[in-house]
Design a protein around this ligand. Structure first.
Ligand code: ADQ
Length: 447
């Protein structure tokens, strides 16, 4: 069997290669680990001039990492504006905040062409190519135009909306035509696959999509949680609670994660169930992301204000209902925090999957598991139906679920957790990658 060639916008930095953080990196690491493979993408650095964009190669554990630098202009138009300022909100059904500019699209396509130009000389005939995420929708077509005959698969980590939403994008038809160059497109849920195939059909293109819900490495995360429960930070958090229930929210600072709506839900809980006042703490850990995009800066200001308001309105001289952090917490400490949490609040307005829900389940103690409150609009919801399911726009619903979570009997928490844990253990990051690649290798090439 030939090599696996992975292409993603970001390639893990050298220090993250053995212990990657995010979902894409963990799943792909298992697929490339120990086998002859190539992982191509952006280094995360800026090129001083566009001449200097040839890949730098570095091999670690059988995988060759090939990275190129982007110029500041490419970064701004391709990454910040078109990928994160337009495709991200569109795919999360937020057409009210999209900002389309032809120049951004032009440079988005140029960067995809640059990836193709720099990747082609590194390819072999018997490679299987696996491209990831919305930054690289046109890359398969660019490779085909340069004569690449290998199997090319694509996986989309975020949701994909129906044609009635997608067609808002002025370049939607051209993008879909280019996406038809892939032999197989993987998405997270049945709904996403139906939406994407509906878009292909609306444009007289053949169906390409199938769903492959991504998982985590539950054994590794569970072990990290057990090992870190005695870590200094986790012990300090535990002591600081003084017996209060810990409600945990862990998300990148992103409007798709529904953090303001969740905080409104928590405030409604404090008003609706005043008997619990002083007995719970919401720890919301939200490291800043995409600070170059205006909507993210506005969200940060909104959250700063909300947390301050709720603490001032409801807090006391010896109790703050919310602890809100914008710094990143090391992954192993986070695993320990998950283990001691009584409730996880995972309430995105839309999410491709949401790995935090799965990490919370993996980190729990079977003897005394916490309760998971999960948005019915997360991609994880169809698999995790034993969670306390909420509509993230329904404040009263969130309030009632928090009440149910903190008062739930041990027996019910264990029953729900066992079912959730079974799902998280069966559908791991490693077998997600295996299932996708197996289907890709079996797919007949359609010209
Ligand atoms: P993300 O939108 O980044 O991923 P998510 O699935 O929740 O969302 O994964 C985030 C990862 O970052 C998790 O492993 C989490 O532990 C980590 N993380 C989050 N907050 C953190 C913090 N405060 N400190 C340290 N680590 C933190 C995209 C899609 C998702 C999809 C994944 C994988 O948007 O829907 O599930 O890709 O396909």
């Amino acid at each position: 069997m030939g090599r696996l060639v992975v292409v993603s916008n970001r390639v893990p930095a050298p220090r993250e290669r053995s212990q990657p953080a995010g979902g894409l990196a963990v799943g792909v690491r298992d697929a490339v680990r120990g086998t002859e493979s190539l992982w191509f993408g952006w280094s995360g650095r800026h090129a001083s001039q566009s001449k200097d964009q040839t890949p730098k190669l570095d091999t670690h554990d059988g995988c060759t990492y090939a990275t190129i630098d982007l110029t500041r202009s490419q970064y701004e138009h391709f990454y910040e504006n078109f990928s994160n300022g337009l495709l991200w909100p569109l795919c999360h059904y937020r057409i009210g905040i999209i900002d389309y500019k032809r120049l951004d699209y032009k440079i988005y396509r140029e960067v995809n062409a640059l990836f193709a130009d720099q990747l082609v000389p590194l390819l072999r005939d018997d490679d299987t190519i696996w491209i990831h995420d919305y930054h690289l929708f046109p890359l398969g077509a660019k490779l085909r135009r340069r004569g690449v005959k290998a199997k090319i698969g694509f996986f989309l980590h975020i949701p994909f909306p129906p044609w009635s939403v997608t067609r808002v994008l002025p370049c939607a038809e051209e993008m879909l035509q280019e996406m038809a160059a892939y032999d197989l497109i993987g998405v997270q849920t049945v709904e996403d696959a139906r939406n994407m195939d509906g878009c292909f059909e609306a444009n007289n293109l053949p169906r390409r999509a199938a769903h492959f819900p991504i998982g985590i490495d539950p054994v590794e995360f569970g072990e990290q949680a057990i090992q870190n429960v005695m870590a200094e930070e986790v012990q300090r958090l535990q002591a600081s609670l003084r017996g209060r229930k810990l409600i945990l929210g862990v998300d990148r600072l992103d409007y798709s994660k529904g953090i303001p709506e969740r905080i409104h839900g928590y405030e409604t809980f404090l008003n609706r169930y005043p008997e619990h006042k002083g007995e719970t703490v919401l720890l919301q850990i939200t490291p800043v992301s995409r600070a170059g995009v205006a909507s993210y800066r506005a969200l940060r200001r909104e959250l700063d204000e909300m947390a301050g308001h709720i603490n001032a309105m409801h807090g006391n001289f010896d109790w703050s209902p919310i602890r809100y952090l914008t710094q990143s917490v090391p992954r192993e400490v986070l695993a320990g925090f998950h283990r001691i949490a009584d409730v996880a609040l995972v309430t995105p307005l839309r999410d491709g999957m949401n790995l935090v829900a799965k990490e919370f389940v993996a980190a729990q103690s079977p003897d005394n598991p916490g309760a998971l409150i999960l948005s019915s609009l997360a991609g994880a919801a169809p698999e995790m139906d034993e969670a306390l399911m909420v509509n993230p726009y329904d404040r009263e619903g969130i309030a009632d679920a928090i009440h149910a979570g903190i008062t739930m009997s041990l027996e019910e928490r264990q029953r729900r957790w066992q079912a959730l844990h079974r799902d998280v253990t069966q559908n791991t990051a490693a077998n997600w990658a295996d299932r996708f690649l197996e289907m890709l290798r079996e797919t007949e090439r359609q010209e």
